[in-house]
Design a protein around this ligand. Structure first.
Ligand code: ME8
Length: 519
């Protein structure tokens, strides 16, 4: 619905190192979704940030001879810089070390305690610092050297300490119902695993730690800090002003979409809803677990030496080319792979040759032959109507439907088909020939192309916002028309009367080159 508020969040990243391509991918995907909903006219709130507490951060800081806060300050700034550089339009970049977040986490804790769901006991079991997760003996796997590993393949350590526990077992029935609710957890392929996990019986969850102090203090329990996932998940509420009854809370809670990676679905679809049930708060409408991004099919790791800095990729190929590639290449929800060759191929072929050239040819021709005056629309031929129809189908139904359903790749495919239709049209109508034989018809063809290009630029703006804006500015499309509703409107008639002049265009998508060893 056009005016229903939309609250979207990404996972908050551990700032124990610099951002990697997976972080960039998640931020970009969330941004595309947020921008689509803004285009559709909905009030949108978009939150991302960093998850700064816990043993992983504390140990990394100690290794580097830093206080955890120093490490968090430094690394968090790289994550924010990445978002800014990639044109990620967040409303709040949250850091869990911020005072309002401590207050929100303590309030949620107290709400769970008031409901009788927290009790003091002793934790004795396995913990993976890398996953910041407790594991049952039965979940562990054996490594190559016979060592015990978490199901994610990370080292585990035996942990014994006094701990607060959350009565997770109490929520089994409600959680099963939730997980079976269509649309709550997507893609649906991730559901069975979660359902199986609940069906085998849930143990109460250890939710505080006493062996270190880098975390949110447990209210009224000296020496205890919250288990990092308890405070991390609470970030989604902090950003709206919880526990105060703010306008943001009233408007944007429950969240419309928590966008996360597939490795942290358990935390978001089991622990988080249980905490909210306990605190008497409404549950998020949807959790989407996207796939992992691999470097030429391989997981990036320091030992393989294949870790890529996403900002270096953006610097080299351009922000929009990188954004376009990631959304276009990967079926959203599945794993995907990237390489410089694949980025260059998509960017040159689809952005440069197909869309960029279309715009370049059309605007360049107008600048040169009409002194930049916008061409007049004439009586439309069957070919004109067929093209405008194809563009309308893509921009007014296929793309919005795909974006709304989080089928991001399909949205781009629908757009690309319409771009191809424009290219076939310009070749068939050949305005350069009409210039001599039928100038009025030439103007009609160019006008049809301007309308088509303007609509396609608006519709793809969630994916390549900077390039779309540049093109719409060159065309002179009024701000007011730059919305999903505006796409179908008759902005072109207003434009032809506005005296706007099209300047000779500079290329939107400069041709990208590979290094000789990559080609
Ligand atoms: O999990 N491809 O933080 P994180 C795609 N702090 N996505 C990837 C990825 C890859 N190769 N590697 C990681 C955490 N991700 C917690 C979240 S939320 C309350 C707390 C995704 O820095 C990962 O799935 O390890 C997660 O969604 C996000 O990046 C941050 O991962």
């Amino acid at each position: 619905m056009a005016d229903t508020p939309f609250y979207i969040t990404t996972a908050i990243s551990y700032p124990n190192g610099r951002p990697h391509i997976g972080h960039a991918y998640e931020a970009i995907a969330a941004d595309v979704i947020a921008r689509y909903h803004r285009l559709a006219g909905r009030p949108v709130r978009f939150q991302t940030g960093t998850d700064e507490h816990g043993l992983k951060m504390a140990r990394k800081a100690a290794e580097q001879g830093l206080a955890p806060r120093q490490l968090a300050d430094e690394m968090s700034s790289y994550f924010r810089e990445m978002c800014d550089r990639l044109n990620v339009s967040y409303d709040r970049f949250i850091r869990t070390s911020e005072p309002d977040h401590h207050r929100a986490s303590q309030a949620l804790w107290q709400a769970m305690a008031a409901n009788g769901d927290l009790y003091l006991d002793r934790y004795e079991g396995w913990y993976s610092v890398r996953d910041e997760a407790f594991y049952d003996e039965t979940e562990l796997v054996t490594g190559e050297g016979g060592e015990k590993l978490s199901p994610q393949g990370t080292p585990v350590e035996w942990t014994v300490e006094e701990s607060w526990f959350f009565r997770l077992s109490k929520y089994e029935g409600q959680l099963l119902e939730l997980l079976k609710q269509p649309g709550f957890l997507e893609p649906a392929s991730r559901r069975n695993e979660m359902i199986a996990f609940v069906e085998q019986g849930l143990r109460d969850l250890s939710v505080s730690r006493t062996s270190f102090n880098w975390g949110v203090k447990v209210p009224g329990s000296d020496g205890h800090v919250m288990y990092v996932w308890v405070d991390a998940l609470t970030n989604y509420l902090t950003g709206l002003g919880y526990p105060d009854e703010t306008e943001l809370m009233a408007r944007f809670w429950p969240a419309s979409l928590h966008l996360i990676g597939k490795d942290i679905v358990r935390f978001h679809t089991i622990y988080w809803p249980a905490f909210l049930m306990s605190a008497g708060l409404p549950l998020p409408q949807k959790v989407f677990g996207h796939g992992f991004l691999l470097n030429r099919g391989q997981k990036e790791s320091k030992s393989l030496g294949n870790v890529t800095d996403p900002l270096a990729l953006a610097e080299r190929f351009g922000v929009d080319a990188l954004r376009y590639f990631l959304i276009r290449e990967v079926a959203f929800g599945q794993d995907g792979s990237y390489s410089p060759e694949a980025i260059v191929q998509r960017a040159n072929g689809e952005l440069g040759n197909a869309f960029g050239n279309l715009a370049q040819r059309t605007l360049g021709f107008i600048a040169k032959n009409l002194d930049g005056r916008l061409p007049k629309r004439g009586a439309e031929s069957a070919a004109d109507l067929a093209l405008l129809d194809a563009v309308a189908r893509a921009t007014e139904s296929e793309m919005p439907e795909a974006f709304a359903a989080l089928a991001l790749q399909q949205a781009v495919e629908a757009w690309l088909q319409a771009v191809f239709a424009c290219n076939a049209y310009i070749d068939a109508e050949a305005p350069w020939t009409l210039r001599k034989t039928d100038p009025a018809r030439m103007e009609s063809v160019l006008a049809t192309l301007c309308i088509a290009i303007g609509r396609l630029a608006m519709a793809i703006s969630p994916v390549i916002p900077a390039s779309s804006t540049r093109l719409l500015d060159m065309l002179g499309v009024p701000e007011a028309a730059r919305s999903l509703g505006g796409i179908a409107a008759d902005w072109y008639s207003d434009l032809t009367g506005s005296g706007h002049v099209i300047a000779p265009p500079t290329p939107l998508f400069p041709r990208l080159e590979l290094a000789p060893e990559e080609a």
